[in-house]
Design a protein. Sequence first.
Length: 285
Amino acid sequence: MFKFSLTLIVLAIVNTGFNFANFSPNPQEPLSTPTQNAAKPETVAKTVQISLDADADLLIENSDGKRTGLDFKSRKSVNEIPGARVISRETSTTCVLPFGQSGRAYKVAVAGKSTAKVNADLSMTGPGFVVGFRGVSLILGQVQTMSISANGSQLSFTANQDGPAPRLFLTTQSGRGKPSYRFEVSSFLAAGKTISVNLDTGKGWLYFKNDEAKKDSFSVKMRRTNPGGTRDVFAHQDISFGKANSYAMDFGQWDGKSDVCFYLTDLDSSGKKQCTRLRNDSSTQ
C-alpha cells in the first residue's frame, strides 16, 4: 500500500514538472515546439570562380581596389577581398569570389612562370554563364591584363605585345524554353591596345571593339542552342566595313541560317543606323 502511494506521488511531481515546462505566460501565445525553435537554414551566398589552366601567377583586383592572389612586386600572397579564397594546384589555379549583379569588373593579371611560351585559358564561371579568354600567351616576366564583369556580360583584354589577341568567349543561358548562346570574338592587337566585348542577351545585341588607331578586322563566331537541342552556327572572319573599330551584332533577329545585320556603333552623318548584312561563312549552316 505504501509503495503504491509513493509511486503515485512521484508520477504527480513529474507530470507537474512537464506542465510547468510547457506553460506559456501569455494565454494567446501558442506553445513552442522543437520544429518552431529549430534554426532556419542559412541562404548560401552566390559565388563566381575564376580559373586558370596553367602553372602561372594570378592576381585579381575588385572595383574597390582589394586584391587576391600574388602581388607581382612584393612576390607575396595577398587576400584582401572579403569572402575570397584561392585554390592552387600543380597546373591550375582557381579563385572563388563573391558574385555581384551590379556588373562591376574584376581586374585580372597573369604572368607565366617559365621562359617557354605557354598558351593558357582563363575563364569565369557564375550563375548561368561561363566567359573568358582562350589562348592567352604567357611567358616569364610578362604580365597580361584582362577585366571581367562580375555578372559575366563584359570582357576586355590589353595586349603586352603585337600579335593576335586571345579569343574572347561568352556562354550564357537565358532560362528554360529559351535558346542559349556561345560567342567568340578575336582581332589583331598592337602592344598596349585593348579589345572589349559587351553582351546584352535581353535585347539580342553583341558589341565589340578595339582602340587600334588604324582600321582593323574582327572574327566572330556564334553558336545558338535551341530549346529542342538543335544548334545553329554563324561565323564571319573579316568584319572591317567601318572606319572605327567598333561594331554591334543584332543576333536576336537571326533566323538561324542566313546573314546577320551588323552596325557601326557611331551614327552616320544622317543620324541613322544602317544595317550591313554579313554572310554566314559557317560550314555547319
